[in-house]
Design a binder for this molecule. Structure first.
Ligand code: ADP
Ligand code: ADP
Length: 226
């Protein structure tokens, strides 16, 4: 069944149409990737799903519920950005525990067991007392993923989470992200400009161009058009 649906969604800024009448349906448990060159509307599409932006036109639905206009904190999403936004004055464990505040009902900073489970999930067991800026970029990004997953969202949204990493770390984090997604079977929407990455990691890919998907399908069906 369908987890996230965009119906004829348009987002305009002044003279720019960032997202142009996009209709997409992301299935439950699917790893779905928006790929395309810079400026094609990937981030804006993800922000519309997260609720950081409201469409100029069209509707966003989660399962069958219309969430257009519902603020991000009331959508069941966890979001990870390009530049990991960890709190530097908090330990790794405290950063993850912070995410529990967004659970419904809220968890607490004292919820040590849940934090341990989340750190284990992202392959950082035993790191709860570390300071974030002592970790590698890939480790920091995994802390951000654990924090995003803490409230138990239905949907995980990832915006170029690897882009600040070197090629080797990127490859490693890619496999880790895929493993986390499969372990939780969580609906995931992923944004990247890297075609190779998109094809390696995704169940289905939307190739975007000028604010609209020009191809949508599983990796084996993409890029085979003459
Ligand atoms: P991508 O993520 O594929 O690089 P974006 O969604 O960031 O693309 O941007 C799509 C287009 O919309 C670009 O032309 C960008 O400059 C424009 N855009 C995005 N956000 C804004 C904004 N807040 N104000 C004005 N223009 C924007
Ligand atoms: P990405 O690199 O993921 O495409 P950007 O760096 O283009 O993202 O955009 C980062 C932020 O700046 C986003 O919140 C986006 O909405 C905003 N933004 C992008 N383009 C513009 C623009 N032309 N004018 C104003 N804000 C923009």
């Amino acid at each position: 069944s369908i987890a996230v649906e965009l119906e004829a969604v348009t987002k305009r800024y002044a003279e720019t149409t960032a997202v142009d009448a996009v209709s997409l349906a992301v299935r439950e448990g699917e790893f779905f990737t928006l790929v395309g060159p810079s400026g094609c509307g990937k981030t804006t599409t993800l922000r519309l799903v997260a609720g950081f932006e409201s469409p100029t036109d069209g509707a966003v639905r989660f399962r069958d519920e219309d969430v257009t206009g519902v603020p991000p904190e009331d959508r069941d999403v966890g979001v990870v950005f390009q530049n990991y936004a960890l709190f530097p004055h908090m330990t790794v464990g405290e950063n993850v525990a912070y995410g529990l505040n967004f659970a419904d009902p809220p968890g607490g900073v004292s919820d040590d067991r849940r934090v341990r489970e989340l750190l284990e999930l992202v392959d950082l067991e035993g790191m709860a007392d570390r300071e974030p800026d002592r970790l590698s970029g890939g480790q920091q990004q995994r802390v951000a993923i654990a924090r995003a997953l803490a409230p138990g969202p239905d949907v995980l949204l990832l915006d170029e989470p690897m882009s600040a990493l070197d090629a080797q770390l990127r490859e490693r984090l890619r496999m880790q992200v895929k493993a986390i997604q499969q372990e939780l079977d969580i609906t995931t929407i992923y944004v990247t400009h890297d075609q190779e990455e998109a094809l390696a990691i995704s169940d289905r890919v939307a190739v975007m161009r000028d604010g609209t998907p020009e191809q949508v399908g599983p990796p084996r069906e993409i890029y085979r058009r003459p």
